[in-house]
Design a protein. Structure first.
Lengths: 181, 206
């Protein structure tokens, strides 16, 4: 029992160390001019384009340009910036999946499905904020700055826990078959 | 007749769905408490900010005042305009860096751990410095990078220091507020995560 607890604690320390290291490296890389030009900006524009395309199915007034979503009904528009494009949430999820002991097959499947799940919720965030902003500026501020930030991270956490459940099989933080005793 | 207390140490294991619904249900409650308690919750953060300013930036920051969730940095940087003369003050909204607190509280309460009080307290102790880090980086970014050149020049920061401030600001605003509560929750709830993985099985409450 003690040996298992020690192994799990050691596994957790290893997981946290690798997670933080991967996150620091990927976040640092994200901030480089090269990554901003070739990855973050196209990604952000794609988020705006996809959200705009979805919104046009029920709102013909929607127009997009680069990272901006606007409506022809008024002068209201939103610009998707860092923190709202889902890039950081994606980095967190990928780092957490790579840091946890699992097979590469499970990791790659988890990253593909998990990133899609996080981005899907992020699209919902963008669309909801666009309409909240036209309705009430205070509610928009609250949802934008606090509530959706927490919800996206909760989404990342839940996706990770589900992935650990499905892909982790009988693995633990210690990386062995310790749990199902 | 009364029903005898259950002698079984077993109880139904929590599921991912149940945990998620509880966390989502608790989140609005946590946000309301957090918002109205912010002046008290964030007072220690302001003390931390004062400590950081005193130790590392005493030539730059004269004082830091708190008004609700706003920290006002009174600097020693001079403003000289045609009609104005004085020192620069910078307001930082601490809530921007503290939204991880209600998230962590919702996760902790949704976990139904016997140690929820200890975990909440531990979370506060860990998250408060993260809030201070983000807020101070925000202040530094304001005076060293986004301020007018005449103001920024007075700070005396070298190019590499401005780069470091920019990185610290991005880290403190985009990563730490959201990731710190999640990481802490994972670290303190390994047993629950193991149970969630086996959702539907019974577990010993011992």
């Amino acid at each position: 029992m003690t040996a298992r607890s020690d192994a799990t604690r050691g596994g957790m320390s290893r997981f946290l160390f690798i997670f933080v290291a991967l996150l620091a490296v990927s976040f640092g890389a994200e901030l480089t001019p090269w990554a901003q030009v070739w990855i973050v900006t196209p990604w952000t524009d794609a988020v705006a384009r996809i959200a705009g395309t979805l919104m046009r199915t029920f709102d013909a007034s929607i127009a997009t340009s680069g990272n901006i979503i606007a409506t022809t009904r008024s002068t209201f528009a939103v610009a998707i910036e860092a923190g709202c494009n889902g890039v950081e949430a994606t980095l967190v999820l990928v780092a957490a999946m790579l840091a946890f002991p699992a097979t590469w097959r499970h990791r790659l499947a988890g990253i593909a499905i998990g990133v899609a799940a996080v981005q899907l919720l992020n699209i919902v965030r963008v669309i909801s904020l666009f309409y909240l902003g036209q309705w009430n500026a205070d509610v928009f501020e609250w949802a934008h700055l606090y509530v959706w930030q927490a919800l996206i991270m909760l989404d990342v956490l839940i996706v990770w826990v589900i992935w650990v459940k499905l892909a982790g099989a009988r693995r633990t933080f210690a990386g062995d078959d310790a749990v199902a005793a | 007749m009364s029903t005898p207390p259950s002698a079984s140490p077993l109880h139904a294991a929590p599921t991912v769905t149940g945990f998620t619904l509880r966390a989502l249900g608790l989140l609005p409650f946590a946000f309301v408490v957090w918002y109205f308690a912010a002046p008290v919750l964030l007072f220690p953060v302001v003390l931390l900010l004062r400590g950081i300013a005193h130790v590392g930036f005493s030539g730059l920051v004269a004082s830091i005042e708190q008004s609700a969730a706003i920290a006002t940095f009174v600097t020693s940087l001079r403003i000289s305009g045609a009609t104005t003369r004085g020192v620069l003050t910078v307001d930082v909204n601490l809530l921007l860096y503290a939204f991880g607190m209600p998230l962590y509280a919702a996760l902790t309460l949704a976990s139904r751990s016997k140690s929820w009080r200890r975990n909440l307290a531990l979370g506060y102790v860990v998250l408060a410095p993260c809030v201070a880090f983000g807020a101070f980086a925000d202040f530094l970014k304001n005076v060293a990078i986004t301020a007018a050149p005449a103001i920024a020049a007075q700070t005396g920061f070298a190019a590499w220091q401005r780069e470091a401030i920019a990185f610290a600001f991005q880290l403190g605003s985009l990563i730490l507020p959201a990731v710190a509560p999640a990481v802490l929750w994972v670290a303190l709830n390994q047993r629950l995560i193991a149970v969630l993985r086996r959702g539907g099985e019974s577990v010993s409450s011992a």
